[in-house]
Design a protein around this ligand. Sequence first.
Ligand SMILES: [Zn+2]
Length: 373
Amino acid sequence: MQFNKIIGQESVKAHLIDTVKSKRISHAQLFLGPAGCGSLPLSIAYAQYILCSNKLDSDACGNCPSCLKVAKFSHPDLHFSFPIHLLKSTRTSDDVFVEWKKQLETTMYFSLQDWYRTLGNDNKQGTIGTDESQRIVKKISLKSFEGGYKILIMWMPEQMNNQAANKLLKIIEEPPKNTLFLLVSQNQENIISTILSRTQLVKIPRLKEKELSDYLVQQYGLSVEDADTYAHLSEGNVSLALSLIDDKESASFNLDNFIKWMRLCYTRNIGETIDWVDIIASAGREAQKNFIVFALGMFRQSIVGHYADTDLVILTSAQRQFLEKFSPFINHKNIVVLTELLNDAHYHLERNANPKILFLDVSLKVFAYLKRK
Ligand SMILES: [Zn+2]
């Protein structure tokens, strides 16, 4: 990650570059900024700049062996530490490094929740525990492989428990030579004070909406108008803007498919239903589960008698017309069985049911239930 790939934050970049040029790199720094402002990519770019063997005036070269290793997250002197879901087999960051790499390769602008989702459970909080601190002390005490700095980037030190933090105090206070700790945090208040007092603060501001909007136009091909809307809705939070864009795509997918599906079900068109099942079956399990949840919501809205525009999808008049004509088909006689049917479908999708068989079976039942007027 070079500085030039990072959105905005010019004055922070200038400050970081200056610490290297003037040889005033303080050995423990706290990068503190709100979610989605780019603290993590900045810390990685800073590490790359320090490790680069062919530094340019205001960026790492991007081509030297060291830069290439950082780009692949395989530099032996650059270590990462981050919250994980503690399990018997998962004790330290090393145990889920493959997932971490995958996350960084997807985007470096991600939230804690994005990360927990990558780990497979976004309902569970992660921890930086004592096994992790032990691992850090061990790694940092080793000699540097390439003769320069050894750098540890710890993302979300606020997720570290007190015991783990206490184990790190000494090494942060008296680190071996040429060691650098970069703590990347969103919430200073949750970091224990003894760690805080040992770090130098690097404040990272929220991104300007204009900076984020320009980025969304360039990188994601959004229209200026859409990009401005997302930048504004997310208040300059890059990871939030990206997830809103994702949500909008899946909301249109769900609405389109819901309308198609219900039309097929009430015309009882078995041939085209089979074609539709093929499409939904190829969408991936998460998308299928989302679709079911969406359909449940639409059934509920039919009973209430009106369809609300969500924040993300404005119903077109054709869609609204369809739904208005359709809503009488959902009524007190069938809402219970339909709800049960979809809840069951969700349950079985989670347990890896074959989606083709499942969606066809559910469709045939909906054929019958829609007739109970
Ligand atoms: Zn380089």
